[in-house]
Design a protein around this ligand. Structure first.
Ligand SMILES: Nc1nc2c(c(=O)[nH]1)N[C@H]1C(S)=C(S)[C@@H](COP(=O)(O)OP(=O)(O)OC[C@H]3O[C@@H](n4cnc5c(=O)[nH]c(N)nc54)[C@H](O)[C@@H]3O)O[C@H]1N2
Ligand SMILES: Nc1nc2c(c(=O)[nH]1)N[C@H]1C(S)=C(S)[C@@H](COP(=O)(O)OP(=O)(O)OC[C@H]3O[C@@H](n4cnc5c(=O)[nH]c(N)nc54)[C@H](O)[C@@H]3O)O[C@H]1N2
Ligand code: SF4
Ligand SMILES: [Mo]
Length: 829
């Protein structure tokens, strides 16, 4: 490809105009392109077509799962506009939203960080006193601090944490390489994990982060159920798939405590009590049993349903349990290196025990006696659990009338049904069980593994590149500790029975002081225990403002990279459109500088291009014909072989030992090791789904006597987490933090629409403007998440959230929060 083709992305001005006018129709109405372009320097409206304008291919990548392709319009070295660009692999993924349209104001934000900054000596962290330093001094100081803390306290004492900022091949692997060489500790961001862990532990290792049918398959659904998902705000780029399916005749049911915007577009909105999705799923399953609607063939052939469970070991009964000899198959498990033996699971057929792969007609709901032991099928054990959740019991827990439960069950018995699941229900202490129960509910009536039949949120990562650059010392020499357990480890100075200190933290792609639970623990417990904190970001975020050194990064369109995640099942090429402004530097260049000062420069001699080329040196890429050159030329390449991707179809089997959906867990394994002891009975709790009350958000919990509201967040329509927080045109539409309250609750507290109110609990408080809304469930409060602290009149939302976690799941429970609300006036503290 010639240099000019490369930079112009092959788009003619006329082609571009056509594309952008379609884009304007699909994005939310946020003002015309004129107001956007006017924001950038060096552009004046009415110039001749294409006069000096270069168009580069950008990939928007804030982790909204969209990874939209954008045309990045450049005039005289300035980005003047962003507009929608096509996906080469599938035009269904062409889209842009109000954030994508407003990049210019984010890039040229007058408050964008310009130079490396150091906290002025003698001033408090967070006091806002900074001095400009050179890159050389910044890198030298950071290297010295790393050396100092590792020499004194051990390698693990230097830690890093990353979040939603930018998952790209060169970016992430270059950081990974340095962390790997330093054997640094990873403070792992514990968001969204109840869903991912809940699904993967039943579906098998090495499955995608969250696998389900591709969005383009939604058109095949007869019914769509959106649960715990605020799709018109949180996945606006997926909304058109729902709309198209509806036009094709699909019904839409929204199950959410709040009457969300998408609920207003649905055929039916089912309000549910927060933290009770598991009970709902168990209740629907109960009705399937009552109606004899179970898809016996699916349960028999694709799930562990007919497998017998040993009453003592709690594992599946295998031939060796009744005296059979395991036979070596001649194969070795590539993951574990163990010999693979043939020791088949046993099922019941005509009252006798038969190897599962020899049984033509196994009994699903069965029990047999053997040597005085009672073997029961995992299906029978599941049924016992489900039996406890009659529609009446479930109605009591979920606050959904029984008749409504029957109506929802009717939808599922009239499939195919796509259950599009957001992250609302899983963000409670009982969250893993929502996914556990939900997938089982879908499976029971065969709503998995077929066109139109799906459960989950599509969230794939490209795991198939060559990762060796990012791990020169081999996989994981570095310890991982969980962010919700971080304060416990810091306080005790112990981890896994050994002394373990963390003294220095490098933060990139993340803003935990704004987005992680319990800000006051961060401010008063975590930060004071750290000798040094470095933050690499483009803005003075909440987290950056508490750093000792702040590094100004190059933003997405100022670097060349390949993005690797999202819901479009493609890897995408992001061209470098402009040079980083001011003294901003790309993260890989920052790493190179620091590595140099650490004497590790020899490990970082590859250029960005070479790092990217190396990424494609994998067997998968070779066999799939995915090359760096092709991705560059096309803009993107699909990495998923089937299209539309149907999760758990016969071609995409479960990766469990049996190749089946193992809804009964033989070996429940905690997601992560933490400082918390796991009581033995918890292992049994995890084998099958159970509903148990959330940590706080349950009316009978003592804390709710003191703090009677459940505080739930939604995704801000104008931000992704805290990103875009300072974009002028978006702030015009959404100027300040708000909290929605039911008018009856407001009246009881004499709160009027527009009043400033304080939400508070023992952990902290946040002040926001009250919005009275009949759409908010009485007893709940709803706020758009992730403003920066300074944007609140006082406090901030994350102050109210708890770091308490379930020791099995180890997830941050963003919705499991009790609080109260009262009037607030200026001058109150
Ligand atoms: N604009 C924007 N988009 C984003 C993001 C962003 O910050 N901004 N973040 C991205 C990320 S990282 C993620 S993980 C996704 C999250 O995507 P979603 O989970 O769809 O986003 P939320 O807005 O948190 O929506 C959660 C919904 O769950 C509801 N809910 C709360 N509790 C319960 C419950 O117990 N049961 C049920 N059924 N519903 C409940 C809430 O009312 C809310 O409507 O969004 C991604 N997209
Ligand atoms: N109340 C409440 N809080 C929540 C949630 C909730 O539901 N409710 N949801 C949680 C969820 S699901 C998630 S995923 C987390 C997300 O939590 P975070 O990942 O902390 O959220 P972001 O605000 O997106 O922070 C990303 C930061 O990276 C920076 N960044 C962007 N690109 C780059 C880059 O190329 N290099 C560097 N160095 N930095 C870059 C951005 O400017 C931004 O400051 O929030 C969680 N917080
Ligand atoms: S913020 Fe998300 S939906 Fe909007 S343009 Fe960027 S990637 Fe697309
Ligand atoms: Mo997330």
């Amino acid at each position: 490809m010639s240099e000019s083709e490369k930079t112009h992305s092959g788009l003619t001005r006329r082609g571009f105009l056509k594309v952008s006018s379609v884009a304007a129709g699909t994005a939310l109405a946020v003002g015309g392109a004129g107001s956007l372009t006017a924001a950038a320097d060096g552009y004046s409206a009415g110039r001749a077509d294409n006069d000096g304008e270069l168009i580069f291919r950008g990939v928007c990548r804030p982790n909204c799962f969209g990874y939209c392709h954008l045309n990045v319009h450049v005039r005289e070295g300035n980005i003047v506009k962003t507009s929608r660009a096509p996906y080469a692999s599938n035009r269904a993924y062409d889209r842009i939203c109000q954030r994508g349209l407003s990049h210019v104001q984010r890039i040229y934000d007058p408050d964008r960080l310009r130079y490396p900054l150091r906290r002025v000596e003698g001033t408090e962290r967070g006091a806002g006193q900074w001095e400009r330093i050179s890159w050389d001094e910044a890198a030298q100081t950071i290297a010295d601090k790393i050396n100092e803390c590792q020499t004194r306290y051990g390698k693990q004492a230097f830690a890093y944490t990353a979040g939603s900022g930018n998952a790209s091949a060169c970016h992430s692997n270059t950081y990974g390489r340095l962390w790997n060489l330093l054997e640094a500790t990873n403070i792992y961001n514990d968001a969204d994990l109840a869903s991912l862990y809940g699904a993967n532990r039943m579906c098998g290792p090495l499955t995608q982060m969250w696998d389900c049918n591709e969005l383009t398959d939604m058109i095949n659904a007869k019914h769509i159920v959106l649960i715990g998902s605020n799709i018109t705000d949180a996945q606006i780029h997926h909304w058109h798939f729902v709309k198209e399916a509806m036009r094709n005749g699909a019904t839409l049911t929204v199950i959410d405590p709040t009457f969300t915007q998408v609920a207003s577009k649905a055929d039916d909105w089912v309000p549910i009590r927060p933290g009770t999705d598991t009970a709902l799923y168990m209740g629907l399953s109960n009705i399937f049993f009552e109606k004899d609607a179970v898809d016996v063939a699916f349960m028999n052939e694709r799930t562990c349903g007919p497998f017998l469970v040993h009453p003592e070991t709690k594992k599946f009964v295998r031939a060796s349990d009744i005296g059979g000899e395991p036979v070596f198959t001649g194969e070795i498990n590539p993951m574990t290196g163990e010999e693979i033996v043939y020791d088949p699971y046993l099922v019941v057929q005509e009252g006798g025990l038969v190897a599962y792969d020899k049984a033509s007609d196994p009994q699903l709901d069965a029990e047999v006696e053997y040597n005085g032991l009672k073997f029961r099928t995992s299906f029978a054990l599941l049924k016992d659990e489900v039996d406890k959740f009659s529609p009446d019991v479930v109605s009591e827990i979920t606050d959904i009338p029984s008749e409504k439960l029957y109506q929802i069950a009717e939808l599922y018995m009239d499939g195919p049904v796509t259950t599009y699941v957001g992250f609302g229900g899983q963000a409670y202490m009982n969250g893993t069980h929502t996914t556990h129960a939900g997938m089982i509910m879908s499976a029971l009536v065969g709503n998995l593994g077929k066109p139109g039949a799906s459960y989950g949120t599509l969230w794939h990562a490209f795991f198939y590149g060559n990762g060796s650059y990012g791990a020169p010392l081999g996989a994981n020499p570095t310890p991982q500790i969980e962010s919700v357990d971080f304060p416990n480890i810091l306080r005790s100075g112990m981890y896994r029975g050994e002394a373990f200190h963390v003294k220095m933290l490098y933060v990139y792609d993340a803003n935990p002081i704004s987005t992680a639970p319990d800000t006051n623990v961060w401010l008063n417990d975590i930060l004071p225990r750290l000798d040094f904190m470095v933050v690499a970001d483009s803005q003075m975020t909440d987290t950056a403002s508490y750093a000792d050194i702040v590094l100004p990064i190059a933003q997405w369109f100022e670097v060349e990279d390949i993005t690797m995640t999202g819901s479009t099942l493609a890897i995408s090429y992001n061209e470098k459109a402009i040079e980083p402004p001011y003294e901003c530097k790309s993260d890989p260049d920052i790493v190179r500088l620091i590595a140099d000062k650490l004497g590790l420069g020899e490990y970082f001699e590859l250029t960005d291009e070479e790092v990217l080329a190396d990424f494609f040196e994998s067997d998968y890429c070779r066999s799939a014909g995915i090359t760096f050159d092709k991705v560059k030329e096309l803009g993107d390449m699909r990495f998923c072989p089937d299209e539309p991707h149907i999760a758990w179809s016969e071609e995409n089997p479960f990766t469990t030992a049996s190749g089946r959906f193992e809804f009964y867990l033989e070996n429940p394994t905690p997601r992560a090791v933490t400082t918390k002891e796991i009581p033995p009975e918890m292992y049994d709790r995890e084998r099958l789904p159970h509903w148990f009350p959330p940590n706080e958000a349950w009316p009978e919990n003592e804390i709710m006597q003191k703090y009677p509201f459940v505080l739930m967040s939604v995704r801000g329509r104008f931000r992704v987490h805290s990103q875009w927080y300072n974009v002028k045109m978006l702030r015009e539409l959404d100027p300040e933090p708000t909290v929605s309250i039911n008018p009856a609750d407001a009246a009881a507290r004499r709160i009027a629409d527009g009043d400033y109110v304080e939400c508070f609990n023992d952990r902290g408080h946040a002040v926001a403007k009250a919005v009275l809304s009949e759409g908010v469930r009485p007893g709940t409060l709803v706020y758009p998440k992730s403003w920066q602290r300074g944007q609140h009149k006082a406090g901030s939302w994350s102050e109210l959230l708890s770091m308490e976690f379930d020791p099995f799941t180890v997830n941050a429970n963003f919705m499991d929060v009790a609080c109260d609300i009262r009037m607030w006036s200026e001058g109150d503290e």
